[in-house]
Design a binder for this molecule. Structure first.
Ligand code: SIN
Ligand code: CO
Length: 374
């Protein structure tokens, strides 16, 4: 993607400008971001997804002024009638289950895959909404059907109502109001307060982003690095030849503390290990994702990643679905191309080494990669 080309999706801004001016900083309202957008899934299809146990869904209702939340799977009978106002069905990760939703999410790949989360669809009857709140992550709210009135504000007071099943701001102070029509989009940076209320039957698509939390990331990486620590730190025993006798036997020797520090430093020394572990972690498939094994094609003409496959790269590795490979030279260039474009053409594959083709075939067998059009 040429990130200097203006996009209707960003209201005529190029991704370069959007990232500089708005990303993580300030909202952007885009009229006709996706001109002529029609819902990708009809409501019956959406209700079908909500009933599945490998799909995360929630039903939110405000009944008699009281907020209620019910977690899926939600059969059609668990949903209120369409004639009843004020309810919302939220279906998470639709891009994992539907190629059209996956394709829509691809338009946002001017943000790295490591930061792109999922496409959530919310269906609401008239008056439906999830209340005034803020999210921890950036979000693009794309109106797909009907209309939704958004009120938004910078909100200093982040106090929440107590005792509710949802995070609802106690003292929401909206500053701006927009009525979104199909195709319109509202970008909000993290922690920007918002409240969207459906005017008539309505579908809104939330393009969600993710950001690792520092402490959680440290815990995750350390846990993974711990598995390799025995090998990288070695088997040397602590030695204290010549140590003077102690009069304070309860005290831990300073040399032993230093030995522990060295052991840890040795386990963390290899920068490659950290990078590898990070890539494996970032490409780990979501918990509800299963791949059905595929057929390994004899000839590879052109290939496309499965919509559920997470693939990334760094200078020395390629990562696919939680696994890593060292790659260099032409093979690395080919694999990086696959990660960036999510597909390889016959031309790309023409000069591929036997090793690279073998790897691609094994990914086809795992169901991570498919023959394009096959
Ligand atoms: C919704 O679309 O109803 C909720 C999305 C959000 O506020 O983040
Ligand atoms: Co929100």
């Amino acid at each position: 993607m040429d990130t200097s080309i203006p996009l209707p999706l960003l209201g005529g801004l190029a991704p370069d400008q959007f990232m500089r001016r708005h990303w993580q900083k300030k909202p952007l309202l885009v009229r006709a971001a996706v001109p002529g957008l029609r819902p990708l899934l009809g409501r019956t299809e959406l209700f079908g997804l909500a009933a599945r146990d490998d799909v995360e869904s929630r039903l939110v209702q405000a009944r008699g002024g009281r907020w209620q939340l019910r977690r899926g799977p939600l059969t059609r009978r668990a949903l209120p009638p369409l004639s009843q106002p004020d309810w919302t069905l939220l279906v998470q990760g639709v891009d994992l289950h539907d190629d059209r939703a996956h394709a829509l999410l691809q338009q946002f790949r001017f943000v790295p895959d490591a930061r792109l989360d999922d496409l959530m669809i919310s269906f609401a009857t008239d008056g439906g909404g999830v209340g005034p709140h803020f999210d921890s992550y950036d979000v693009c709210l794309l109106q797909a059907e009907g209309r939704r009135r958004w009120r938004i504000g910078r909100q200093r007071d982040l106090t929440l109502h107590e005792g509710l099943p949802l995070k609802i701001l106690a003292n929401f102070e909206p500053e701006e109001e927009y009525l979104l029509e199909p195709g319109d989009m509202l970008y909000l940076p993290p922690r920007y307060a918002h409240d969207g209320i459906a005017e008539g039957e309505c579908q809104t698509y939330s393009i969600g982003f993710r950001a690792p939390q520092r402490g959680e990331l440290a815990q995750e990486l350390l846990q993974r690095l711990a598995d390799d620590a025995r090998d990288s730190a070695g088997e040397a025993l602590y030695r204290d030849a010549g140590h003077a006798p102690t009069a304070t036997p309860g005290a831990i020797p300073a040399e032993l503390v230093a030995f522990a520090r060295e052991a840890l430093a040795a386990a963390l020394k290899d920068p490659g290990a950290l990078e590898r572990t990070l890539g494996e972690y970032l490409t780990e498939p979501k918990p509800q994702v299963w791949f059905e094994g595929g057929r390994a094609p004899r000839r590879l003409d052109s290939v496309v990643l499965d919509r559920r496959t997470r693939m990334m790269h760094d200078a020395r590795h390629v990562f696919v679905n939680g696994e890593s490979w060292r790659a260099a030279g032409a093979d690395a260039r080919l694999m990086r191309r696959l990660a960036d474009r999510r597909a390889l053409t016959a031309q790309d594959l023409a000069g591929a080494s036997e090793g690279a083709l073998e790897l691609l075939r094994s990914w086809c067998e795992a169901g991570w990669l498919h023959e394009n059009g096959g």
